[in-house]
Design a protein around this ligand. Structure first.
Ligand code: MN
Length: 203
């Protein structure tokens, strides 16, 4: 079974004015679709691998045939990272983390505001293309870090809770070089109930 582009759970203009409709449309129908297509092309000769969840391939990159390791890392990462991204966003603005996740963010980072600051700094200072991540490490500790390109926290043995795409294609139409403005806008769009469910599932 080939991988397919998931539908967005809201219209392209639903996150205006924070994320504009044109960016959302191109990001989903062009960029994400291309990761899906290239992942499928890479796995064409490996139907037994294509039958697996992409998350499983990313957790076990080292066990894949060498010829497809890099394409799966890049395009499989691109597919799963974007799938997680769309469902981390919601038109219901200015939600806050559920109590258990909020408590864990306090414990790990001092306060919710300090968490936001540290995450924003990781996203703003990442050089070049990549993602900032909130993830649970192998000992179920919350971590903030950035990874280059489409590398997935799953390949580090971590469970991603939320990632912010800082590739220019994610913000350039609306924000041009102003990545910090894009990062500031994203805090109005986060689907904290969904992110809280991911946290609950792992802790
Ligand atoms: Mn992207």
């Amino acid at each position: 079974m080939a991988y397919t582009l998931p539908k967005l759970p809201y219209p392209y203009n639903a996150l205006e004015p924070h994320l504009d409709a044109a960016t959302m449309d191109i990001h989903h129908t062009k960029h994400h679709q291309t990761y899906v297509d290239k992942l499928n092309a890479a796995l064409e000769k490996y139907p037994e691998l294509q039958a697996q969840a992409v998350e499983s391939l990313l957790k076990n990159l080292d066990t894949l045939p060498e010829a497809i390791r890099t394409p799966v890392r890049n395009h499989g990462g691109g597919h799963t990272n974007h799938t997680l991204f769309w469902t981390s966003l919601t038109p219901t603005q200015d939600l806050t983390p559920t109590s258990d996740l909020l408590q864990a963010l306090h414990t790990a980072f001092g306060s919710f505001d300090q968490f936001k600051q540290q995450f924003s700094d990781a996203a703003a200072t990442h050089f070049g293309s990549g993602w900032a991540w909130l993830a649970l490490d192998a000992s179920q500790t919350l971590k903030i870090y950035s990874l280059p390109n489409q590398d997935s926290p799953l390949s580090q043995g971590h469970q991603p809770l939320f990632g912010l795409d800082v590739w220019e294609h994610a913000y350039y139409l609306k924000y041009q070089n102003r990545r910090p403005d894009y990062i500031a806008a994203i805090w109005h769009c986060l689907n904290w109930p969904e992110i809280g469910k991911r946290f609950q599932a792992k802790v």
